[in-house]
Design a protein around this ligand. Structure first.
Ligand code: FES
Length: 323
């Protein structure tokens, strides 16, 4: 299902530099100048071997006129291949990308805010924190990382936000307890988060357990972090007579499209549930990487969001019914 409202354009890479271990900041000069708002992202074409695909990245910051903006991309061990392409970009390179897209808007006017960023999820939060500071809002920004050297923009954030920034650095303070973090968040606060699936799932679980307002919990994910390393597996769709191998650097949705199966989708990030497939038979276990289903819905392994979730066992086979 293509999005007819997405506007693609050309852009030129104007600067690149590392901002943390494994994290590259890449600045672009887009053809069309649109000022960036907090929570926005772009989709960008990436080359994966002999094919072109798209990836989504949060916009870290942009100029007032919209003639420049920056992304920061982490190249993780479980990257689906797009990060390698992004890290190879150099000044002068031409790319195809969308104008800024908004799926994670900041609602202005709440009594209090908690921002929770894990790892490179900070890229979705920098702009929000800056706006909240400019508005004089009551906010706290929790930034979770394994080690200081892997936490992009940490020093800049500390200088900008002072005590409102609360770093949780595992190798300095031990593993953060999500329950303690949530206990510090006032009940009337809105919480915005972006980070690894484990962190977000735990925040969601405790948010529900504490019977907090579900509309006050907002999150964004790009579906590239899982519980297990990505492995190749086989998917079979009897209703289409199709069988295809899902490579480790592609999603099940991408593999099904490659096999000519007409699939429904929207976000391609594990958020909307539109790409749901029913699992008829599974040899192996599912690595649920979406934030659409609750834990209870995930547990029986009877359905999965095929844009991000995978079969965790190498060479395993899953038989599905596509909607
Ligand atoms: S397309 Fe939205 S969850 Fe897969």
């Amino acid at each position: 299902m293509a999005d007819k409202y997405t506007v693609w354009q050309n852009a030129t890479v104007v600067a690149v530099r590392p901002v943390a271990d494994g994290v590259q900041r890449i600045e672009f000069a887009p053809e069309t100048h649109v000022p960036v708002k907090p929570g926005e992202h772009i989709d960008i074409e990436v080359t994966l071997g002999d094919r072109t695909d798209t990836r989504s990245y949060s916009i870290v910051d942009g100029s007032e006129s919209g003639d420049r903006f920056a992304l920061s991309v982490y190249r993780s061990p479980v990257s689906r291949g797009g990060a390698a392409h992004m890290h190879a970009l150099q000044p002068g390179d031409q790319v195809r990308l969308t104008q800024p897209l908004q799926d994670f808007p900041l609602r202005v006017g709440a009594e209090s805010y908690a921002l929770v960023a894990g790892g490179v999820g900070i890229t979705a939060m920098l702009g929000m924190a800056r706006v909240l500071r400019a508005l004089g809002a009551d906010y706290t920004m929790h930034y979770v990382g394994s080690t200081r050297s892997r936490m992009a923009y940490l020093d800049e954030l500390a200088a900008e936000h002072g005590d409102r920034l609360v770093p949780h650095i595992t190798d300095e303070h031990g593993r953060m307890q999500v329950a303690d973090l949530l206990a510090s968040v006032p009940r009337h606060a809105e919480l915005y988060m972006c980070g690894p699936i484990r962190l977000m799932q735990e925040v969601r679980r405790l948010w529900d357990r504490d019977d907090r307002d579900p509309t006050a919990l907002r999150f964004e994910t790009f579906g590239n972090s899982g519980w297990y390393e990505s492995q190749p597996f086989v998917v079979e769709v009897p209703q289409y007579g199709a069988e295809v191998e899902v490579r480790e650097d592609e999603s099940m949705l991408e593999a099904l499209e490659r096999a000519g199966v007409d699939m429904m989708y929207d976000c391609r990030r594990g958020e909307c549930g539109l790409c749901e497939v029913r699992i008829l038979k599974l040899d192996g276990k599912v690595d649920h990487r979406d934030v659409f289903y609750s834990e209870r819905q995930k547990e029986p392994n009877t359905k999965m969001c095929c844009c991000v979730s995978r079969v965790a066992t190498e060479g395993a086979r899953v038989v599905i019914e596509a909607s």
